[in-house]
Design a protein around this ligand. Structure first.
Ligand SMILES: NC(=O)c1ccc[n+]([C@@H]2O[C@H](COP(=O)([O-])OP(=O)(O)OC[C@H]3O[C@@H](n4cnc5c(N)ncnc54)[C@H](OP(=O)(O)O)[C@@H]3O)[C@@H](O)[C@H]2O)c1
Length: 282
């Protein structure tokens, strides 16, 4: 196993935090909010069960944060086996290695484990995924829960932030390339800023083990989200946009267990300012 170590700074007590999936959008946010952690990119493959064990034996982490996943929602429909392995089975391997080394696990799941038939979902609501991505992520939750107790499963939604493929950047690009940009106005959810989510996730080990819904506050459709980013956006329906995976009509995650994050509009304004500054500096 190749260990791609971005930074190695062992804390004084010798038990570091390990971040898996460090090159993803959320992984990058942890590099900002927890720079002293040990970061591992995809070269450390979470589907390598023995590799996970030896990594944890080597570093003996007190906390493991799994930000690695196969997140291409339409791609999952065609690459089912891969989706079930990365999103479904691998979290179980990580949980098992955590159990062996006495580490707490923070793992990320998704609003797409729900089917969209309600107006909002609390942590104890019954999951009913309608696409392969959602099914594979739900299996990941189940594997962790079957393996041990010291987990915080963080369900989140509609992520945006620096260093990743995200809706905000796509809208800004399309707004320049096209006269008008069509965006669906019949799917409701909660946009969430990766840096807000990462900062909150670091605090969750202080809370009781279990499932948490963590998103920015406020609810909108993708069209309403886009309207805050670009002027030349027009609404359309999901039926007009052909995608391989079905999306839930409503995937609003209601947080009943921990203090709320700020409103998504405030977080978006911060991200747009940051992005503007970075573009100016180039
Ligand atoms: N993005 C969203 O809107 C959203 C919404 C709800 C929940 N979530 C959840 O939030 C978490 C973070 O999402 P994100 O948007 O940051 O995803 P992301 O940008 O796609 O990052 C995931 C990272 O995991 C890596 N990876 C894939 N397979 C791996 C493997 N076998 N071993 C190790 N690393 C692997 C990916 O590498 P490659 O890119 O090179 O494959 C990528 O760097 C995920 O659990 C996701 O399900 C995301």
């Amino acid at each position: 196993m190749v260990v791609a170590e971005i930074k190695i700074t062992m804390p004084p007590n010798g038990r570091p935090t390990i971040i898996l999936g460090a090159n993803g959008m959320l992984g990058h946010a942890f590099q900002v909010v927890s720079p002293q952690a040990l970061f591992f990119t995809k070269e450390v493959d979470i589907t390598d069960e023995e590799g996970m064990r030896s990594l944890f034996r080597r570093f003996h982490p007190s906390l493991v944060i799994n930000a690695a996943a196969y997140t291409d929602v339409d791609g999952c429909e065609e690459n089912r086996d891969h989706a079930f392995l990365v999103n479904g089975e691998a979290p179980g391997y990580i949980a098992s290695a955590c159990l062996e080394t006495g580490a707490t696990l923070v793992h990320f799941s998704t609003d797409y484990i729900f089917g969209g038939e309600k107006e909002g979902y609390i942590e104890s609501d019954h999951p009913h995924p309608i696409n392969i991505y959602g099914r594979s992520k739900l299996i990941g939750e189940e594997r962790i829960r079957e393996t041990f107790d010291d987990y915080r499963i963080v369900r989140t939604s509609w992520l945006f932030g620096p260093d990743g493929r995200n809706f905000v950047d796509t809208m800004l690009r399309l707004s320049h390339e096209q006269e008008s940009v069509r965006v669906v106005d019949d799917q409701v959810g909660r946009p969430t800023y990766t840096r807000d989510l990462a900062a909150k996730a670091l605090l969750l080990p202080r809370e009781a083990p279990g499932i948490y819904h963590v998103t920015n506050e406020g609810t909108c459709t993708w069209f309403e989200f886009a309207r805050q980013i670009i002027p030349n956006v027009v609404p359309c329906t999901s039926d007009e946009i052909h995608r391989k995976a079905k999306r839930p009509r409503c995937s609003v995650l209601l947080n009943t267990k921990t203090s709320p994050l700020r409103h998504w509009k405030e977080a978006l304004a911060e991200y747009l300012t940051l992005r503007g500054r970075e573009l100016q500096e180039r």
